[in-house]
Design a protein around this ligand. Structure first.
Ligand code: GTP
Length: 320
């Protein structure tokens, strides 16, 4: 992943506080210069006007939602930004994409896997979802988007905490955690938090993070299930690719997000494996540390998927 531009995807329902957070990211002195892509439905880009302090490296996508399919205008913007950076016309170290409140971030994430030159230039650092704690129940009633945005998140900001009692905050945090056990949930007021950390999530699961959340079992809520599979025997990467290729042909629509570390036979490096719906990719990670227990750990988040079924199939990819 050396040299790639890290990308943070900012999602959240309408009015949850995404622009508030973006302004903080731009104003804070976390030491990283950001480029921003904003997606707004409709031809009048109000959000663009609300974002302060960006002179260069800012792009606005209007007329439509960055949703569901690979978007050619997003691809064009990403290419232009990468080229301008390469040529020295703009300088930035990281890219933030703010999506519309009704976007399912899956389409955007897929763009980074599906388009080879985009994949070569960028790497997704993390997905940050801002939740309007005060209105979450209403947003969930309205459709699947609010839950899907949570399901994709690496970090969830439980925003508008000033409008919640301590008990409500706890209940909402537990609810979010059941939807997405691997996400970190942070209560915020006006999206106020250490923004520097948000830009360095490196999105990956670690064993500690999983254990801290008591993972391993399955959780079910509104048809969205998430579970972690662990396999201690070394795997054959080719077999994992073939298996996942076959699985996503059948189940791609139901798999919102899967990610984790693979322990591959005869390889000293960990392999990061992650995907969204039917797009997935593997990349070399750091070397296994001395004394570190080597194992594959993958989290799956999707609709109506079975932990046993996935575990059984992954077991068949053992190299020996
Ligand atoms: N009470 C309260 N209001 C907040 C908080 N955070 C943001 N707001 C307000 O909520 C409103 C929406 O915030 P934005 O940051 O524009 O939300 P957004 O997600 O960008 O909105 P859209 O682009 O329309 O989807 C604004 O009036 C904010 O001032 C909070 O923690 N508490």
């Amino acid at each position: 992943m050396e040299g790639k531009i890290p990308v943070t995807i900012l999602t959240g329902y309408l009015g949850s506080g995404k622009t508030t957070l973006l302004n903080r990211l731009l104003a804070d002195t976390h030491g990283r210069k950001l480029a921003v892509i904003i997606n707004e439905i409709g031809s009048v880009n109000i959000d663009g006007k609300l974002v302060m302090n960006v002179e260069e490296g800012m792009m606005e996508l209007t007329n439509g939602c960055l949703c569901c399919t690979v978007r050619e205008d997003l691809v064009q913007s990403l290419r232009q930004l990468a080229q301008a950076r390469e040529a020295g016309d703009v300088q930035f170290e990281a890219l933030v994409i703010e999506t519309t409140g009704l976007a399912n971030p899956g389409g955007i994430i897929q763009t980074f896997f599906a388009v080879p030159d985009v994949q070569a230039a960028y790497t997704i650092d993390g997905v940050v979802t801002v939740v309007d704690g005060y209105h979450l129940d209403k947003h969930i009633e309205k459709g699947a988007e609010a839950e899907e945005q949570i399901a994709y998140a690496d970090v969830v900001l439980l925003n508008k905490a000033d409008l919640l009692t301590g008990k409500q905050q706890q209940e909402l945090a537990a609810y979010i955690q059941r939807l997405n056990p691997t996400a970190e949930v942070i209560p915020t007021i006006q999206a106020n938090l250490d923004t520097g950390r948000l830009l360095q999530l490196q999105t990956l699961l670690t064993k500690d993070r999983l254990e801290a959340r008591g993972l391993g079992g399955a959780s079910h809520l509104s048809g969205v299930t998430s579970f972690v599979i662990r396999e201690e025997r070394p795997l054959d990467l080719q077999m994992v690719y073939e298996l996942m290729g076959a699985i996503v042909q059948e189940l791609g629509d139901y798999l919102y997000r899967y990610k984790g570390i693979l322990y591959i036979a005869e390889l000293e490096k960990r392999v990061v494996f992650q995907g969204v719906h039917s797009m997935f990719a593997a990349a070399y990670d750091r070397e296994w540390r001395e004394g570190e227990v080597r194992a594959s750990e993958l989290v799956f988040i999707g609709q109506g998927i079975s932990k046993e079924w996935f575990a059984e199939h992954l077991r068949q990819c053992a190299a020996e």
